[in-house]
Unconditional design. Structure first.
Length: 257
């Protein structure tokens, strides 16, 4: 499951890993990102992906209208789209869309990770999936408080923490905070529960670290080991001025992600 799927780079890597007999659920509340997620999925022969256009939290609800960024421009200009976000809990979603197993969740929700996982407690207790989670990107004080709350919740459910990439074990939540947060805006950590925890593949871990920054040797296509294809695939690299000019003309095809 890809919670905070954005435009779908990691979704597509996960879909290839599980194969046609597996299933990936990709959840993305931003309308702009969801449109690109759906477009990227359409470029790839991966019928094993289910797209969900909503947010996850610890309760059902609808957010007030807010200005949500649409992409990340090379010229630094922020463009937004105003929208409401409909929320549900992951436990509620799975009650309506039951599964027999759930092995792995990537959760990157820009500081909402504690609420997302609090709304998934029943699922976490039942399935004990491996987790790849982001520790909040914010100011030093609220970043640490949010991370402490998240890690304490997961420890209470029997999770232990390991380093992204190497899977080296941390000796408890305090060690995670000391190793991962000082001097950085965001850090990822892997959480595994019990002997049945999934061994996360190196390709998925690599995709989670890299985001959508992988290119081929010509710099023209976003790839990871010969796939997946993304919506901007084949577009030449352009200067910030060229990007701004094309975006101002209404052509969003060169937006950076």
């Amino acid at each position: 499951m890809d919670v905070g799927a954005n435009i779908g780079f990691i979704t597509l890597v996960m879909a290839r890993q599980v194969g046609r007999e597996g299933q990936v659920v990709a959840i993305q509340p931003s309308e702009w990102a969801f449109e690109h997620l759906a477009a990227n999925l359409a470029l790839n022969d991966m019928p094993n992906v289910t797209l969900v256009a909503m947010g996850l939290s610890d309760a059902d609800g609808v957010s007030p209208p807010a200005d949500i960024p649409v992409g990340y421009r090379l010229d630094g200009r922020i463009v937004t789209r105003r929208q409401e976000v409909r929320f549900t809990t992951l436990d509620t979603y799975l009650a309506a869309n039951p599964v027999q197993r759930l092995d792995f969740i990537k959760c990157d929700t820009d500081g909402f990770e504690p609420q997302v996982l609090a709304g998934a407690e029943r699922m976490l207790r039942r399935f004990g999936p491996a987790l790849h989670i982001e520790l909040y990107q914010g100011t030093p004080s609220d970043r640490r408080e949010t991370a402490e709350r998240l890690l304490a919740f997961l420890e209470g459910l029997g999770y232990a923490f390991q380093a992204e990439g190497t899977l080296a074990r941390f000796d408890g939540a305090a060690a995670v905070l000391s190793a991962c947060l000082p001097g950085v805006r965001a850090a990822n950590v892997v959480a595994l529960k019990g002997a049945s925890a999934l061994s996360v593949s190196s390709e998925v871990r690599g995709a989670c670290r890299a985001g959508s920054d992988q290119t081929d040797s010509s710099g023209r296509m976003v790839v990871l080991r010969n796939g997946p294809r993304l919506w901007e695939a084949g577009l030449p690299r352009q200067s910030p001025d060229e990007v701004a000019a094309r975006d101002d003309a209404g052509d969003g095809a060169v937006a950076q992600y």
